[in-house]
Design a binder for this molecule. Structure first.
Ligand code: 5GP
Length: 240
């Protein structure tokens, strides 16, 4: 068992520790749930486990399809061993259906299909409320090179195809989701998490929310929804 070392970074729902293995980190998914820049928060028993299992499941699926991620393996049901990355402070959001901030900020109608999918990139900076960027701003801020930006967008759209197809077979619509990327010596890889906290998911039949919107907008029993979605997604591969 790889032991967790000193605390490296404590986020709103995850904690990252050093590990005794060089180049590896321990990423712990906590039961904390937050929304609206941390303005709303709670602790929900089991939530860390569900998000950890779903993230591990998607990372494994992506690796099998040739998409590099930071995932190495699960250490326990709420902890991953991951490769240390130099994180790129961008939130890459892929949108297949109009919802959330897209509908709040632009004249789209909620539920409107977006084809081809939109890639929206926000600056990862809570103190500035993650402002939306464009390519010129990203390059002017020297966050990534033009080539890295192209790679990140291509990878994000490819991941969207993989995850969208998988979820649609489960009767779940991938409305939108957020990815984060980091650098290794070998190039750009997917980091952070892919979970109900970072995806917007709708039941294909009822269009009910199956993600953090349940918590954001008091739509029901968040933990029951997370448990059921995690069960559907990881069936047979990860005990939840
Ligand atoms: P929106 O811009 O509509 O609020 O979010 C679009 C998508 O990206 C949603 O699936 C949302 O969960 C995800 N997302 C946007 N910003 C963040 C963030 O700061 N943290 C997480 N975990 N997800 C985010």
């Amino acid at each position: 068992m790889v032991k967790k070392g000193t605390l490296l970074y404590g986020g709103k729902a995850k904690t990252v520790y050093k590990s005794e293995r060089p180049g590896c980190l321990v990423m712990e998914f906590r039961d904390d749930i937050t929304a609206f820049d941390g303005g709303k928060k709670a602790v929900m028993k089991g939530k860390g486990r569900y998000n950890c299992c779903v993230s591990a499941f998607f990372f494994q699926m992506l690796e099998e399809k040739g998409v590099p991620t930071h995932f190495i393996r699960m250490l326990d049901d709420h902890t991953l061993l991951v490769r240390a990355l130099s994180m790129i402070p961008l939130e890459i959001i892929i949108r297949n259906i109009a919802a959330g901030s897209l509908v709040r900020n632009f004249p789209f109608t909620e539920g409107q299909k977006i084809d081809p999918p939109l890639v929206v990139i926000d600056l990862k900076d809570d103190s500035r409320h993650d402002p939306m960027l464009n390519d010129d701003l990203i390059l002017a801020l020297d966050i990534v090179t033009e080539e890295e930006l192209r790679t990140i967008k291509e990878m994000a759209l490819h991941i969207n195809e993989i995850v969208q197809e998988f979820l649609s077979e489960k009767g779940i619509i991938l409305v939108d989701f957020k990815l984060e990327f980091g650098r290794t010596e070998g190039g750009i890889v997917v980091g952070d998490e892919i979970s109900m906290d970072s995806m917007r998911l709708w039941d294909a039949n009822t269009r009910q929310s199956l993600d953090k919107d349940v918590y954001r907008f008091d739509k029901g029993d968040v933990i029951a929804v997370y448990r059921e979605v995690a069960r559907q997604i990881t069936r047979g591969k990860c005990e939840v």
